[in-house]
Design a protein around this ligand. Structure first.
Ligand code: SF4
Ligand code: FES
Length: 379
């Protein structure tokens, strides 16, 4: 344990490294968690930089590395990076859309020591899934990718991001996870940052649809206990208390952007006034323990009321700093997802706006004007 500057809390090493290898991706999902300002390939870290970061992570005490993006399979060195992480005794997880996975790549990844694959699906209806992904035949390729993962003997998690335009297929998503042999299913309602915020009116579900989904998940958890574990993430806009975003600011996860910026969460780069450490010039150890940016919202010392005297302050850590900033212009406010927050009316107004008639998608893309496509709604 070490003691960080600017906080009274003993700091444990991060549990996991989220390695965002690239923002390149063949898919164009309108809820992508990447920032609106996507990095082009020319800004990506070199293989040797990532390998050094993986060694530093293992030395720091990190246990797991999640290779993410964009699409991590878009990096030609993905097999070498998995092998390097495995050699450093890190548990390796590949978070992928699956559309670039073929038999040869799967065999190479398994031989390199890959431990786990997390595969995203957009829907169970192929046409709607492809429309949401913004790529023809994406769904079919994902099904093939799931079969390759299972044939390689690797555990599979299915990640289903749910929203207004696919929530009516939730029972089929659960069936699909079972059919594909997944051990875990993440039913994750969209969280409204970045691209998802730009698409809020196309994606936000009604309260009734959310309540139905919650019942379906509860029943499926009971029915498939021991066969399929189901994680469930609800949208903040209907919450009474916020989630402990990232398990608390700079407590469990360290995120590294494609260009090598160390961050406490994927969205933190949108916050102004931070000097985020570059891992081209700063070690992971220094970034985690000693950078001002990582220490600013650690622990409870920074908290305003009502968090400061709240019994949940070390449970949810005052919620999400990025959401507090997005709603109030001040990342040090209580997350308006908390019903006790002075800024709660701002979130209530946003919820009303989000329930307006569905708008067209703004598809994710690097460095070009947003494209739009027609939408349907199950409301
Ligand atoms: Fe969490 Fe702060 Fe709300 Fe208490 S007041 S529940 S600590 S966000
Ligand atoms: Fe940044 Fe929640 S997304 S703290």
């Amino acid at each position: 344990m070490a003691l960080g500057e600017g906080t009274d809390t003993a700091i444990a090493p991060p549990l996991a490294l989220l390695a965002e290898l690239t923002h390149r991706c063949p898919l164009r999902c309108p809820y992508c968690s990447n920032p609106l300002a996507l990095e082009g390939a020319s800004h990506e870290l070199a293989t040797a930089d990532w390998q050094r970061i993986l060694r530093e992570a293992a030395a720091l005490g990190v246990l797991q590395v999640h290779f993410s993006g964009g699409e991590p399979l878009a990096r030609r060195d993905i097999v070498a990076l998995v092998a390097h992480a495995a050699a450093a005794s890190l548990y390796t997880n590949l978070i992928t859309s699956g559309v670039l996975l073929d038999q040869a790549k799967m065999a190479a990844l398994a031989a390199a020591g890959l431990d786990h694959v997390q595969l995203s699906v957009q829907d169970t209806d192929p046409a709607n899934a492809d429309r949401i992904a913004g790529l023809d035949d994406a769904h079919e390729k994902k099904l093939a990718a799931a079969a390759l993962v299972r044939a390689a003997g690797l555990p599979l998690t299915l990640n289903a991001v749910m929203h207004r335009q696919n929530l009516h297929h939730l029972p089929d998503v659960i069936e699909l996870a079972l059919r594909l042999g997944a051990q875990r299913l993440e039913v994750a309602h969209v969280q409204y940052y970045g691209w998802a915020l730009a698409n809020r009116r196309a994606l936000f579900p009604t309260y009734e649809a959310l309540a139905r989904a919650t019942e379906i998940v509860a029943a499926a958890r009971e029915r498939w206990k021991g066969v399929l574990a189901i994680d469930y993430v609800v949208p903040d806009y209907y919450a009474r208390r916020p989630k402990a975003c990232m398990g608390g600011w700079a407590r469990q996860f360290i995120n590294v952007s494609p260009a090598g910026t160390a961050l406490p969460c994927h969205a933190a780069e949108t916050l102004p006034g931070f000097a985020w450490p570059s891992l081209l010039t700063t070690s992971l150890d220094d970034a985690w323990y000693r950078s001002e940016a990582f220490n600013r919202y650690r622990g409870t010392g920074w908290m305003p009321e009502p968090c400061r005297s709240c019994e949940r302050r070390e449970i949810d850590w005052g919620g999400c700093r990025c959401q507090a900033f997005a709603f109030t212009g001040d990342a040090a406010r209580t997350d308006p997802a908390c019903a006790l927050a002075p800024d709660r009316p701002v979130l209530d107004a946003a919820r009303q706006d989000a329930l307006a008639p569905a708008a067209d998608f703004v598809y994710r893309q690097i460095g070009a004007a947003p494209a739009r496509a027609g939408v349907t709604s199950d409301r």
